[in-house]
Design a protein around this ligand. Structure first.
Ligand SMILES: NC(=O)c1ccc[n+]([C@@H]2O[C@H](COP(=O)([O-])OP(=O)(O)OC[C@H]3O[C@@H](n4cnc5c(N)ncnc54)[C@H](OP(=O)(O)O)[C@@H]3O)[C@@H](O)[C@H]2O)c1
Length: 295
């Protein structure tokens, strides 16, 4: 086996085939780092790796489903087989689902727990000890403004991001003065496939909040990580959203988020099989008007 000293540093971007992960990889490649992209789709990975090569970088890709129990071990094997070690880990793979927690498929919601929390934790804890031993590198974990409040009708997603932020900020403190940084990045809505796939873009909240570009988030994330920041909140609108969440009492904030995240034609959580509108009359019509005006 190759001795540790002969291995080369790599920036490992989990969820690097598109969206925020790919944008962070593009920034890291500019710094001259070797990039290892991880995602499920071989086609998406090949396209992203080709873009890194075009930019003059060195890119490897590993097709892995992080929901498979041994994915982190497979990633470790890939790195050592290619003479690399994980110098910087970017945990950007994640998904969310909009809808009532009592009606969304349980397996899909447990997938959020497994990907956004378990896989992120496994990778972080697997690679951090080596970073601490070398006294360099670190982890960028993708949180969200959703980490600052519970989120009715996206309950599992918000809870998972609360975990990511708490875990990352605690690690940042534990690793103070080790030369290793753990940074949590907490963007508001970002223009990526995430919004369509999660169904979030059909909710009034995501119409009201301005969307930022993934490249802007990536620049903020990389700069913040490099300067040892614990938390990076890209953009004024995300900072304002967090301030509002901090100022409003939960008794006001949670009904407001609930109103802004459900649609009146969503199935009612009461389990009657009727839509929310049929069950609750006109209570939601104003929110629907916001969606149709802006959508
Ligand atoms: N977009 C936003 O509005 C927003 C806002 C705040 C925070 N965030 C967070 O930022 C992170 C990145 O989001 P994004 O907007 O870039 O999402 P995205 O465009 O949907 O990209 C998600 C990435 O994760 C990969 N992935 C998904 N499931 C995977 C699995 N089981 N195993 C391995 N890779 C997997 C995807 O590739 P494959 O599908 O090929 O696997 C893709 O590369 C997420 O954690 C998200 O929660 C997003």
């Amino acid at each position: 086996m190759t001795a540790q000293t002969e291995l080369r540093p790599a920036v490992v971007v989990v969820g690097g085939s598109r969206g925020i992960g790919k944008a962070i990889a593009e920034v890291a490649v500019r710094d001259g780092a070797a990039i290892v992209l991880v995602a499920r789709s071989p086609d998406g990975l090949a396209a992203a790796a080709a873009d890194m090569l075009k930019a003059g970088g060195e890119a490897f890709s590993v097709a892995l489903d992080l929901l498979a129990g041994d994915a982190a071990r497979q990633l470790e094997s890939f790195l050592s087989a290619n003479g690399l070690f994980c110098d910087v880990l970017v945990n950007s793979a994640g998904y969310g689902l909009r809808g009532s927690a009592t009606l969304l498929p349980v397996a899909d919601q447990l997938g959020i727990v497994d990907l956004n929390m378990r896989a992120l934790t496994d990778l972080t804890l697997r690679f951090l000890p080596g970073m601490v031993a070398r006294g360099r590198g670190g982890v960028i974990n993708l949180g969200s403004v959703a980490s600052f409040t519970p989120g009715p009708y996206m309950a599992l997603y918000y809870a998972s991001k609360g975990f990511v932020r708490s875990f990352s900020e605690a690690l940042h403190q534990e690793l103070h003065r080790t030369g290793v940084t753990v940074t949590c990045v907490a963007p508001g809505p970002v223009s990526t496939e995430f919004l369509e796939r999660s169904g979030a873009n059909r909710a009034a909240l995501f119409k009201v909040l301005p969307k930022v570009d993934s490249h802007y988030v990536a620049e903020c994330a990389w700069r913040g990580f490099k300067s040892g920041r614990r938390l990076v909140i890209p953009g004024v609108s995300a900072k304002l959203a967090i301030l509002v969440a901090a100022l409003l009492p939960s008794a006001v904030l949670l009904p407001l988020i609930g109103r802004l995240q459900r649609r009146s034609n969503d199935p009612c959580p009461c389990g009657s099989g009727k839509t929310y509108k049929t069950c609750h009359g006109a209570r939601q019509r104003n929110m629907d008007r916001v969606v149709s005006k802006r959508g």
